[in-house]
Write a protein that binds this ligand. Structure first.
Ligand code: MRU
Length: 333
């Protein structure tokens, strides 16, 4: 039986977030009622994952409006606060999309904005359920082996969305259909969304899994231990090029070489027709300390610098299927 984890929930005056940086050690709930706290939560990945960022952006506009009322902000200050939320992370198109969706309702008041943000949440959960079914159907039609061994990268589950999950939603669906043997969950360096979050969600549901170092993924695939790889997305360009967590393109290259399908799962809110191809996607670069330190302790020499891109782009030619709530497209064919 699936367990529902809610990454975020509106409570009337602000947003309750599960602080994903504390998982799986403890479940810490943040109460976010001001813009700077929300931006900080987004930047340090207390809330993360493209669809969860979209919902946070939508509720963030309501948070800004309430703070504006409390503190007597000018229209310019409110506008500036909303654009700071919109720009808090650049790669996932969902964040800007969530903000932009509710903006036309600002003149109607906070209740109207919150109602629209709640619709973003409902629609995301429904989209994820449909993605789960569409993705499982496609995989079962294109992969012969039973039971299936699935590799995934980063975290795309309930925590990363408004509920259920995208790639992890497909994995849940395969498990519910009784056709899943095991999941290889890449640990996802440097912030460990795989070993801390994906493994936690899989463990909660009793889904058999191995956590493996990111550096093991290509070898696991080439050794024939994986039947299909399923990942999420932060932005899908008009030509199908897909930005996702750093390390995704290496998985895609290994899948292409091994001749197994590489599947991307994302709701329509992650598709960005205004971005023509992957080269036009802005890739977030994160603090060097995330790479140079381990548990807050410097491990690399003082003279070393870090290159820490949070995402990479998988070219459409390496993607066998893009699964959304509307169905499946096959960029490689
Ligand atoms: O930096 P993160 O943890 O926000 O990166 C998340 C990912 O790359 C996910 O795969 C993507 O947002 C899809 S979540 C359904």
């Amino acid at each position: 039986m699936a367990i529902e984890v809610r990454s975020l929930a509106w409570h009337g005056k602000g947003l309750h977030l599960i602080d994903q940086t504390a998982l799986p050690r403890e479940i810490v709930r943040l109460d976010v009622t001001d813009v700077d706290t929300l931006i900080d939560a987004i930047r340090r990945l207390a809330v993360r994952g493209a669809p969860a960022l979209g919902a946070s952006g939508a509720f963030g506009v309501a948070i800004a409006m309430l703070q504006a009322e409390r503190e007597g902000w000018s229209e310019d200050t409110l506008r500036d606060a909303v654009s700071r939320i919109r720009d808090a992370r650049p790669t996932a198109v969902n964040l800007a999309g969530g903000v932009d969706r509710v903006l036309p309702l600002v003149p109607k008041g906070v209740a109207a904005v919150v109602a629209e943000a709640e619709a973003v949440v409902r629609e995301d959960v429904a989209a994820n359920k449909a993605i789960g079914a569409n993705g499982a159907d496609w995989i079962l039609a294109h992969v012969e082996r039973r039971p299936l061994r699935v590799l995934t990268h980063c975290n795309t589950g309930s925590l990363a969305t408004a509920g259920w999950g995208t790639a992890l939603g497909i994995i849940r669906e395969l498990h519910e259909r009784g056709v899943l043997e095991v999941v290889y969950a890449d640990e996802t360096r440097p912030l460990l969304q795989g070993s801390r979050l994906t493994a936690w969600e899989l463990d909660q549901e009793g889904i058999p899994h191995f956590v493996q170092p990111d550096g093991a993924a290509a070898s696991t695939i080439l050794r024939g231990l994986v039947d299909v790889a399923v990942i999420g997305a932060d932005r899908i360009a008009a030509n199908g090029d897909t930005a996702n967590k750093i390390g995704s393109v290496g998985v895609a290259l290994a899948c292409a070489d091994a001749g197994i399908p590489f599947v991307v799962a994302a709701p329509q809110t992650t598709f960005d027709p205004a971005t023509p191809h992957g080269d036009a996607i802005e890739i977030e670069e994160r603090p060097e300390s995330e790479v140079l330190e381990w548990g807050g302790v410097r491990v690399a020499p003082e003279g070393s610098r870090a290159f820490n891109p949070a995402f990479d782009v998988t070219p459409a030619r390496l993607i066998n299927a893009i699964v959304s709530e509307r169905g499946v497209t096959e960029p490689r064919t």
